[in-house]
Design a protein around this ligand. Structure first.
Ligand code: ACO
Length: 422
């Protein structure tokens, strides 16, 4: 097969190298195109633009495949703790038992935040501040106390910063919830694993310890693993982009948190539940809302539906849907929102508008029903996504530095006024 693509511009043949990935994905390397022809490429939303080569995550959107470091999410969710998946992503190998326990020890060691720092931070925020805004602000404040771990070019500092971020994000998340309720913040319980400790931080109340059900721990672990990475999505690209300016890891991750908060991205999980609730409150007629979603004069979109990459099904949504039924059963809950969600998705899947556009339930469609069943308020949902996605952000940032840390700087086509005088 030819290793070059040939493009004819203004009567001149320009040869451009072809790059092929290990799964057969192909790209035209246009890096020399402008120098040789004067042309750039335009691709708003970057739907057809590869920003990097990466060894971390593989997605086949047509077949519904998602793998981290070559392992399928089906196998990882079945057999691995979130900590093990974090290690796999960050260090590109499955840990030995000793490596995993040493990694866990480090996470536990860093799983504290100075109480005074916390209190002064929160005291400047309203009680109803959105937890994603709190997370963004808190991570920035945290970085001001980490001056010795901010050099992006020092791997030892980066490693400490990465572990501290992983260890402290559950504390910030849980504190934002406790603050909204006017309750004291809990301290970490070193006897618990990452997921169980997070649930304790959230739901224990002083000496009244959270009654941790194994099924709840299992499903939360699964949800964290399912969110752990998703190659070059909006928030990850934001993290890489900010990091490419040699900004530190904390600053780059804060960019990821802010990008994730939008309703077209991670913020969709909150919007899904609010939408399901309003459908339920309106009498539960799914077809009325499907009609609104199809009406081009109406900005209404079916939240939790559609994906830039998945055009058959989102494998995460499939696993989460199964867990949703299981967890509600175990908890003895019969949430009417689950029935509305099922009816909505069934109606949409049978509708030509959705099938023509290949719109299927995405990762956010069912996750909120599980979070709600466990007791998380809707405002916390996107923060849960952020906890899960943090290892992916960190890993992608590290890879960007290791492989290609040229500053991100797209070009444009200027379409404004030509030079004129006042
Ligand atoms: N409801 C109704 N119509 C939709 C929806 C939806 N949820 N999603 C896409 N469409 C339609 C668009 O109107 C468009 O129709 P047209 O071709 O007639 O103009 C077509 O499908 C293609 O949509 P785009 O917006 O071009 O698709 P894109 O890949 O840019 O957007 C996105 C993907 C943002 C996820 C979109 O599907 C959406 O807004 N979904 C709802 C929000 C959501 O669930 N976001 C979470 C995504 S997963 C994640 O980030 C974690």
């Amino acid at each position: 097969m030819s290793k070059n693509a040939v493009i004819n511009l203004d009567g001149k043949d320009i040869e451009l190298p072809i790059i092929e990935g290990t799964e057969g994905e192909k790209a035209i390397d246009i890096r020399k195109l402008r120098a040789e022809s004067g042309y750039i490429t335009i691709d708003s939303g970057f739907g057809n633009t590869g920003s990097c080569e990466s060894t971390i995550t593989f997605i086949d959107g047509a077949k519904g495949i998602l793998r981290y470091r070559g392992f399928t999410i089906e196998e990882l969710t079945e057999k691995c703790s979130f900590e093990k998946v974090i290690y796999l992503l960050m260090y590109d190998k499955l840990p030995t038992d000793d490596e995993l326990s040493s990694f866990n020890e480090d996470l536990k060691k860093y799983s504290t935040i100075d109480n005074d720092l916390f209190k002064s931070l929160f005291s400047s925020m309203p009680k109803d501040a959105h937890p994603m805004s709190i997370l963004s602000a808190a991570l920035s404040v945290l970085s001001t106390h980490e001056s010795e771990n901010l050099n992006p070019l020092d791997p030892a500092q980066v490693d400490i910063a990465a572990k501290k971020l992983m260890a402290k994000i559950p504390l910030i998340a849980a504190a934002s919830y406790k603050y909204s309720k006017g309750e004291e913040f809990n301290v970490s319980d070193s006897g618990l694993n990452y997921t169980a400790n997070f649930l304790h931080l959230m739901f224990s109340n002083g000496s009244d310890k959270y009654d941790l059900k194994p099924a709840v721990e299992t499903v939360m672990n699964k949800l964290f693993v399912l969110h752990a990475d998703h190659e070059q999505n909006c928030s990850t690209s934001a993290v890489r982009f900010v990091g490419s300016s040699q900004a530190n890891l904390f600053a780059s991750v804060v960019a990821g948190v802010n990008a994730l908060s939008g309703p077209s991205h991670g913020g969709a999980n909150q919007k899904v539940l609010e939408q399901l609730q309003s459908i339920c409150d309106d009498g539960g007629d799914a077809s009325k809302f499907i009609a609104k979603a199809k009406d081009k004069a109406d900005p209404f979109r079916l939240m939790g539906f559609g994906h830039r990459v998945y055009k058959n099904f989102d494998p995460r949504a499939k696993l989460i849907k199964q867990s949703c039924d299981e967890v509600l059963n175990v908890l003895g809950l019969n949430d009417p929102l689950l029935n509305v969600a099922k009816e909505l998705s069934q109606t949409a899947l049978n509708d030509k508008y959705f099938s023509d556009r290949k719109l299927y339930p995405n990762v956010d469609f069912y996750s909120g029903i599980i979070y709600k069943a466990i007791g998380f308020p809707v405002e916390m949902f996107t923060v849960l996504f952020a906890i899960g996605r943090l290892p992916g952000w960190i890993t992608q940032w590290k890879e960007m530095h290791a492989v290609d840390n040229r500053i991100g700087r797209p070009r444009q086509i200027y379409s404004g006024e030509n030079e004129r005088s006042l």
